[in-house]
Design a protein around this ligand. Structure first.
Ligand code: SF4
Ligand code: SF4
Length: 474
């Protein structure tokens, strides 16, 4: 029986298995109906988003011309909302102690040969200084679930340490947090600590597959995990980041699942997820991706990204260094709006790159370039690498942020902030070659700021930066 109710607080009702299966059947039955599909695409061009059913139909369609139209539209929507800026971030692993049994992650509690590490506050300081010296301003904190070794107090103290470090011109201005599902009380503490986005990946929305993949530990409770974003929002965290680990389960199922989750948050709290992440399973210690036989081919993966861009135009899409340079290059054109750069996925990896025998990393990185190389590459591709963290510092979170995006005004804010934070990066961290290329790009893009007053202000701030001033924002 179909119990679907997008506004229910129960996971089994806002992610309804039968509704997902019906959606997939509808998509399969109608995938050759090009007239309907073209109508959906025409409506999507209004940038008001699509339903999960319409998105599933676009994903099922096998027509190559339609695929090209989807890519073209995704690109247009991305440029309209976010201009051509790409926001940069880095993960910071605090601890890989974990009591869960996730079959796809080397930190699982049963893995006895991984090197377990937990950073002290002093070690966090050193990692943050290393990250600041690369030029990063925005971090995603990562920690395994271990109530005794990684209690909430440890996470809160670590956030305080990170925000307190000002090394040379460096500063971490936004700390996003990716820790296990927790209580409303703990989410309130995270909110009070000044976090940016609370990120939690669902891994898969299929309850049976989920339970099979999480045979032990608290994460095995599907409902508690799936309802975590509701508790976070109840606690006042406006910006939440969803994601699935593509490859664990049938991608079509999880694609519909994540869109249903987004709809649930929108219908219940008036604001969908701030971001959606699109990781695919990667090799790691004690994890063989071959055991997950749902791998998503590159061509399909690109369509998933493009259709997400069209379906939830107001949501940022994040891609990590799990993907190769080539895939990331495609993805930033199709809708990805945030990427990590220079990432180390081991605990303590920024101070000392991990030796192979020291295995403490969560997954193998595909894109091993430094942040400087990634920035240089983005400039060559015509994108503006952005170190902006302005919105949450200006109180533009949750529905305030969404209304700004929906009105299209965000482009007027993103572009100036991207240019000013890129300039900061170029002044403080870039190689001479990148600096010159970046300055030319800034000059060109300045002219595309529509508002004359804003343009004049930006020009003034860019000058001030040459005289040592920092941290301007709109
Ligand atoms: Fe622990 Fe998270 Fe890894 Fe699961 S995915 S084993 S919860 S660190
Ligand atoms: Fe993100 Fe807001 Fe900065 Fe744009 S202006 S990059 S949306 S923080």
């Amino acid at each position: 029986m179909n119990n679907y109710n997008s506004e229910s607080k129960k996971a089994a009702e806002f992610i309804d298995h039968e509704e997902i299966m019906d959606t997939l059947k509808y998509a399969e039955a109608n995938k050759a109906d090009l007239e309907t599909i073209r109508k959906i695409l025409a409506r999507a061009a209004d940038c008001k988003g699509l339903s999960y059913r319409e998105a599933a139909l676009l994903l099922e369609c096998e027509d190559r011309e339609i695929h090209s139209e989807i890519f073209k539209l995704a690109k247009q929507i991305k440029e309209r909302f976010y201009g051509n800026r790409i926001v940069m971030f880095a993960p910071l692993y605090l601890s890989n102690y974990c009591i869960n049994g996730c079959k796809y992650c080397p930190y699982h509690g049963q893995n006895k040969h991984i090197n377990r590490k937990k950073l002290t506050q002093e070690q966090i300081r050193s990692e943050v200084i290393a990250l600041q010296d690369m030029g990063h301003k925005r971090l995603a904190l990562e920690a395994g679930e271990h109530p005794l070794i990684n209690p909430i107090e440890y996470i809160l103290e670590s956030i305080e340490t990170i925000y307190s470090i000002k090394h040379k011109n460096g500063a971490i201005r936004r700390v996003n947090v990716n820790i296990a599902a927790t209580t409303v009380e703990n989410y309130k503490k995270l909110k009070d600590a000044g976090i940016g986005t609370y990120i939690l990946f669902q891994e898969t929305y299929n309850k049976n597959a989920y339970e099979d993949l999480h045979p032990s530990g608290p994460k095995g409770d599907y409902a508690y995990h799936t309802e975590a974003m509701d508790r976070a929002m109840e606690a006042g965290i406006d910006d939440v980041g969803c994601g699935v680990l593509f490859g664990l389960n049938l991608y079509k199922y999880d694609f519909v699942g994540i869109l249903m989750h987004a709809k649930h948050l929108e219908d219940t709290f008036g604001c969908g997820p701030h971001t959606i992440s699109v990781p695919r399973v990667r090799p790691a210690d004690d994890v063989d991706p071959e055991t997950f036989d749902n791998g998503v081919p590159d061509e399909v993966f690109k369509r998933i990204i493009a259709i997400l861009r069209i379906t939830v135009p107001y949501t940022g899409i994040i891609m990590s260094t799990r993907e190769t340079e080539a895939m990331r290059g495609e993805a930033v054109k199709l809708g990805v709006s945030q990427i990590s750069g220079g990432s180390r996925t081991s605990v303590g990896g920024y101070v000392e790159e991990e030796k192979v025998e020291d295995n403490s990393s969560q997954f193998d990185v595909s894109d091993r370039r430094t942040l400087g190389e990634v920035v240089d590459w983005l400039i060559d591709l015509g994108h503006v690498p952005s170190f902006c963290t302005a919105c949450y510092r200006e109180g533009r979170t949750g529905d305030r942020f969404m209304s700004l995006v929906k009105s299209g005004q965000i482009a007027n804010i993103c572009q100036p902030n991207a240019l000013m934070t890129l300039k900061e990066y170029l002044e403080d961290y870039a190689s001479e070659e990148t600096r010159l290329k970046g300055l030319t790009l800034i000059e060109e893009r300045l002219e595309t700021i529509p508002n004359a007053k804003v343009k004049t202000l930006v020009k003034g701030h860019l000058k001030d930066m040459e005289n040592g001033k920092r941290d301007f924002r709109f």
